[in-house]
Design a protein around this ligand. Structure first.
Ligand SMILES: [Mg+2]
Length: 240
């Protein structure tokens, strides 16, 4: 056996013993799809204590009227050697429109809405490379699961390795029938409440409805999206 194949063999051994905590695996250590096996539309999000839960608010036809309620939960494989809650991680809450695109963008996502700019995606890759952060989607793109494969492909990042899911959608409805929508900051806080392992986080968004989390916001100009200067601020915020 060559040195290289010995090395590869050792790496495989290590990977078997220490499967990534960011990827849902069954009790045999096999990677499980993040697409919910029950509703086949929602995306499994890590809740801590080895529990993954379907986000339950997937949109089957890109119409907000057809949100699917699903409460499927999945327990991470029992061969997992450590609790994710003991691992300190950095998170970038990522908005898409007004961050990865601007008013000049001609790219189109599969659903026909405005797509993302390759140059802006490259800036996100630089942030990930320089900080080791994980991405949590806080954009309205959470509602359009059909567009997410396009988004991750455009970002040039493997979703399973680089994402910890999405902030929850906390729309409500009053007795009068009126729909309510909380500030985005409250949805981000709801995600943070379930992830005590997060040590630092930055929110990048062109909107400012972050409630008490505004000090964590690095705001873009929605007409131009993220720039290198803004990326430097984010990196600084994550690497303090
Ligand atoms: Mg936006």
């Amino acid at each position: 056996m060559s040195i290289l194949s010995n090395h590869e063999s050792n790496m495989h051994q290590i990977l078997r013993e220490f499967p990534s905590p960011k990827v849902p695996r069954d009790d045999k250590g096999r990677v499980v799809s993040r697409i919910c096996p029950k509703c086949d539309v929602g995306i499994l999000q890590y809740e801590g204590d080895r529990i993954w839960r379907c986000n339950g608010l997937a949109d089957r036809e890109n119409t907000e009227q057809e949100l699917i309620a699903c409460d499927y939960t999945f327990e991470h494989g029992t061969n997992h050697p450590r609790s994710m809650s003991s691992e300190k991680i950095k998170v970038l809450f990522l908005d898409v429109d007004g961050v990865l695109n601007g008013c000049y963008t001609r790219e189109r996502a599969p659903g026909g809405c405005t797509g993302v700019e390759p140059a802006k995606c490259a800036i996100i890759r630089r942030i990930v490379a320089e900080t080791g952060c994980k991405i949590v989607l806080s954009s309205t793109w959470r509602r359009f699961s059909k567009n997410l494969p396009y988004l991750w492909k455009s970002l040039g990042l493997d979703e399973l390795d680089n994402s910890l899911g999405q902030s929850p959608i906390l729309d409500g409805r009053l007795e009068s029938g009126l729909y309510t929508s909380p500030q985005r900051g409250h949805e981000i806080q709801a995600w943070l409440d379930k992830h005590p392992e997060v040590s630092r986080f930055v929110i990048v968004d062109d909107d400012s409805d972050m409630a008490h989390l505004k000090p964590h916001l690095v705001q873009t100009d929605g007409r131009t999206g993220i720039t290198d200067e803004i990326a430097n601020k984010i990196i600084e915020g994550l690497n303090v």
